[in-house]
Write a protein that binds this ligand. Structure first.
Ligand SMILES: Cc1cc2nc3c(=O)[nH]c(=O)nc-3n(C[C@H](O)[C@H](O)[C@H](O)COP(=O)(O)OP(=O)(O)OC[C@H]3O[C@@H](n4cnc5c(N)ncnc54)[C@H](O)[C@@H]3O)c2cc1C
Length: 244
């Protein structure tokens, strides 16, 4: 069994089977983005880049969003187009169509709440975002946002086992090769990708056919639970439960 952590927003809810706290799964009509950000400790009034948002174009909205991310998380976590690591990141996509995409910035969350904050800032500024795990999706914009924010899960790369070694908690920034290496000393494997550089995030959310699938089903059949950060409800943890 595997447990993947931090799916962006509520995307996975759409394909979920049994959900806990289903009543709070959708953004309320009177949802206040700035109040929600404050709930995560982000005071938008103290971020100069967020003034006069209504007058902005998409391009300047994304510059504001990226500047805000930098002021909240620091330059270590936000790669702009001038950063030397920016091109290393874009070149690493599997398809040329994705490698050609130029996001306004690349954001590297560390924990679930960082993901909630970037989604809220995207909503506030109207700057689009995309999420990248292993970057093997083939088409333009699938996991890198043209002119927007690309969320790169690379720093959320936990691999750990529960006490009886029956469940692995696997962060969405992992590639399957890394997961197999981490499990090998325990004599364990996971229902994962047939290529070591495939990402856990896209593979599992897409179903995931493994070398072991004839015996154990697809990767998604073997997920014990997902942790989903609900960006519109700070402090609420939503768990996807596997259908039996
Ligand atoms: C060389 C190659 C070999 C392959 N082998 C197999 C195989 O053996 N079995 C198989 O089933 N498939 C295989 N595939 C298909 C592969 O599983 C899909 O392309 C998968 O989407 C790749 O996942 P990724 O994380 O690497 O890609 P990404 O491009 O990073 O992600 C794919 C999609 O998932 C979304 N996503 C990623 N992480 C998250 C997250 N945490 N929350 C929400 N959304 C997220 C992205 O936004 C994107 O839309 C292969 C593809 C290639 C190119």
């Amino acid at each position: 069994m595997i447990r993947t952590i931090s799916l962006v927003g509520a995307w996975l809810i759409a394909s979920g089977a049994t959900l806990v706290q289903a009543d709070s799964s959708f953004e309320p009509a009177n949802f206040n983005v700035t109040a929600a950000l404050k709930g995560y400790g982000v005071d938008t009034s103290s971020i100069p880049a967020l003034t006069n948002l209504s007058k902005r174009s998409t391009e300047s909205a994304c510059l504001a969003a990226c500047a805000s991310l930098e002021s909240v998380f620091g330059s270590e976590k936000v790669l702009d187009q001038e950063n030397t690591s920016y091109t290393t990141f874009t070149d690493a996509f599997w398809s040329e169509q994705q490698a050609e995409v130029r996001p306004s910035c690349i954001f590297k969350p560390s924990v679930n709440t960082d993901v909630a904050i970037v989604v809220l800032l995207s909503q506030l500024t109207r700057c689009p975002f995309a999420a990248k795990s292993g970057g093997h999706a083939a088409f333009r914009g699938a996991s890198s946002s043209p002119g927007g924010i690309t969320i790169w899960f690379t720093d959320m790369n936990e691999v750990s086992l529960n006490e009886d070694h029956s469940i692995a908690s696997i962060g969405p920034g992992n590639l399957w090769g890394r997961v197999y290496k981490a499990l090998e000393p325990y004599g364990l494997a996971a229902i994962g990708g047939r290529e070591s550089s495939l990402g856990v995030g896209g593979f599992v959310t897409g179903g995931g056919i493994s070398f072991h699938s004839n015996l154990y089903g697809w990767a998604l059949d073997n997920v014990e639970s997902f942790d989903v950060s609900l960006f519109f409800a700070p402090g609420v943890k939503c768990t996807y439960l596997r259908p039996i």
